[in-house]
Write a protein that binds this ligand. Structure first.
Ligand SMILES: [Fe+2]
Length: 204
């Protein structure tokens, strides 16, 4: 039997509709939401252990989606773009994403990819860039983000973060994990980022 993730797509869409932000509204309006499901085998990752804490930390509007992810974590097909050779074992054990829809996610969409990213505490996601434009909305606060030449700054849950095409960006989590919603559009949707940052996690 194929698992049904309609509730996941619905929850994702309804959370996106709560953001009073022009960029998000525009992205949501352009998404063709009637997407066929793509059957995928479950693929759990080590980083899923952070989902319970992320669901506790998520603000009210994001909590139902975070709880749904936590409940169904073992049925979902989680992915990693990088390997241990890129950023080390600590990173790989604390990193993963779920493509809700896109060219390889649980629902088929060739125009836009969107999903959720998990990073464990005390993790550095070094400077990287990609052709696709990216919108991030952290669902947990406390992570430091930076883009271009600017320094790191802490972003709260529900802030909308925009990474323009090919602009370097990086994240650094603090004492709590990061759960963040992402939307990718306008570029190769399954491309691996170009890494320009250093890979030390401090603990490696
Ligand atoms: Fe990115």
């Amino acid at each position: 039997m194929t698992a049904n993730f309609d509730e996941l797509l619905e929850g994702f869409r309804s959370l996106l509709s709560t953001f009073d932000d022009g960029l998000v509204r525009d992205a949501v309006a352009r998404i063709a939401w009637k997407m066929p499901a793509r059957p995928l085998e479950p693929h759990p990752l080590a980083c899923l252990r952070h989902l319970d804490r992320a669901a506790e930390l998520a603000p009210g509007s994001a909590r139902p989606l975070a709880q749904l992810l936590a409940q169904r974590r073992d049925d979902l097909h989680w992915g990693q773009t990088y390997s241990e050779a890129d950023f080390g074992k600590t990173f790989i054990d604390n990193y993963g994403w779920l493509e809700v829809f896109g060219t390889r996610g649980h629902f088929v969409n060739d125009e836009v990819a969107a999903g959720l990213l998990i990073l464990g505490p005390d993790i550095v996601y070094p400077d990287h860039h990609h052709i696709a434009e990216e919108i991030y909305i952290p669902l947990t606060g406390g992570t430091e983000w930076r883009m271009g030449e600017s320094g790191f700054r802490v972003r709260q849950a529900s802030e909308v973060i925009h990474h323009a095409s090919d602009v370097n960006h990086a994240m650094r989590t603090g004492k709590e994990p990061l759960l963040a919603l992402y939307i990718w559009r306008g570029g190769p949707l399954a491309a691996k980022s170009t890494i320009t940052g250093t890979v030390s996690q401090g603990k490696d």
